[in-house]
Design a protein. Structure first.
Length: 119
């Protein structure tokens, strides 16, 4: 519970800072209305959610296994660089860069992170 409170307090401070910076932005000479407020809520919420997704995914993919087993035949795979794809989440697309492998036995390409992340 204390951890959630700390996160909440940090989010409140960050939002206060963002709103202070945004206060000087023009609305074309008109007053801010509820639609403007809600649009800001969605825009900032989506930016935060996307950043959380990118950082958490990076933690799961930055240390790929050296010789993962092919999901088709079980032979040890060989690394063939990296590939970036867009994961579609409830909050929009999030880029995922992951190690790509190929199986010298059955010639299949695979991504070990798919099994770990369920993606």
């Amino acid at each position: 519970m204390a951890r959630n409170k700390l996160i909440e307090e940090r989010v409140q401070a960050l939002v206060s800072e963002l709103l202070a910076e945004e206060a000087g932005m023009e609305l074309g000479g008109r007053r801010e209305n509820i639609d403007d407020i809600e649009n800001a809520m969605v825009r900032i919420g989506d930016l935060v959610a996307r950043e959380v997704g990118m950082q958490k995914l990076k933690l799961h993919t930055e240390h790929p296994p050296e010789h993962p087993r092919c999901p088709q035949c079980g032979h040890a795979g060989e690394r063939r660089g990296e590939q970036t794809r867009q994961l579609i989440t409830r909050r929009g697309e999030v880029p995922l860069t992951e190690a790509k492998y190929s199986c010298p036995k059955c010639r299949r390409h695979f991504f070990p992170s798919a099994g770990r992340l369920g993606a």
